[in-house]
Design a protein around this ligand. Structure first.
Ligand SMILES: O=C(O)CCC(=O)C(=O)O
Length: 300
């Protein structure tokens, strides 16, 4: 899954694309007001194609199972940055990180990637239920379109302004961590809040290479896939501010349990030739897999 010299060159050129101060100011104002912003980080077409090419063997009815990632199914590969330099490059995109640093006012870094093949229909939630922090909302999601996305492909769905609400963890809905159906009850609770507040949904209709950044407290999810024959290839990268406290409400049973994010790092220099690096990657992936299993058990 290596990249040609030309691809590397284009990726570097595109990393130099940045916004002017006036544009950054406008982006900040929109983010504060609506809880999300659309940006065009000028990701090279070769890079986006590279992501799709790297993950093609694992998606749809393909049988291949990626190794060294914490989770993969026919529609979702988590932390594919372990196996794809292109996924890593999207997560580390200079423009995206610069904008995030400005929005949050702290140094932001990626700690999880999710690559999708088709629409997810994921229930509406705030990312803070999965990835909370002290201070609150020092976390963002960034959704990059790897192809043009229209409404029948099950685009991202979000509720502008909903990020201004107070923090809504399980206790907000009188749900105890680990209770049966706690996550589906959380999702029901969120849907009632949306109805009560009259939040209006919007869809992430994007052109290939465009991105949406959302706040940890913005209500969002995946809209239904109206045309099941269509793909909706995308990469979500989750970013935290560095040097703060990180916790997951779904795993904090009796008290806030802090954890250390698995920061995205460059493992692509000589991934297979260094046995120690490889062993560390495998150990780390196994650890993440266990963490993921615990989380999905708690979430169901
Ligand atoms: O891409 C989607 O359909 C949903 C993604 C999402 O909600 C998330 O990553 O938090």
């Amino acid at each position: 899954m290596g990249r040609s010299i030309l691809e590397t060159f284009f990726a570097k050129v595109n990393m130099q694309a940045v916004y002017t101060d006036a544009e950054i100011q406008e982006i900040k104002e929109n983010f504060l007001e609506y809880g999300f912003v659309k940006i065009s980080p000028a990701l090279a077409d070769q890079l986006l194609q590279g992501v799709k090419r790297d993950l093609a063997p694992f998606f749809g009815d393909k049988k291949a199972q990626p190794r060294v990632v914490p989770y993969a199914d026919h529609n979702r590969v988590q932390d594919a940055w372990h196996i794809s330099k292109n996924v890593y490059e999207v997560a580390m995109n200079h423009t995206i990180i610069k904008v995030l640093n400005e929005l949050i006012g702290m140094e932001m870094a990626p700690f999880q990637t999710l690559n999708f093949y088709k629409g997810t229909g994921q229930g509406i939630h705030a990312d803070s239920i999965h990835f909370n922090s002290k201070p609150f909302a020092a976390m963002c999601g960034v959704w990059v379109a790897l192809e043009d996305v229209a409404v029948d492909q099950g685009p991202l769905e979000y509720y502008p302004g909903s990020h201004k609400r107070e923090e809504m963890n399980l206790d907000f809905f009188d749900i105890k961590v680990g209770e049966e159906d706690s996550y589906s009850r959380y999702i029901q609770g969120i849907s009632k809040v949306i109805e009560k507040e009259g939040y209006q949904k919007e869809f992430g209709i994007l052109k290939k290479g465009e991105a949406i950044i959302w706040s940890a407290n913005l209500l969002h999810g995946g809209s239904p896939l109206l045309d099941p024959t269509k793909t909706r290839q995308s990469q979500v990268t989750h970013y935290y501010a560095r040097g703060i406290k990180y916790w997951r409400p779904l795993q904090s049973v009796s008290a806030t349990r802090y954890f250390k994010p698995n920061w995205v790092v460059d493992v692509h220099e000589k991934p297979t030739k260094n046995p120690i690096k490889r062993a560390v990657m495998i150990l780390r992936a196994s650890f993440e897999r266990v963490q993921d299993k615990i989380q999905s058990r708690v979430s169901r």
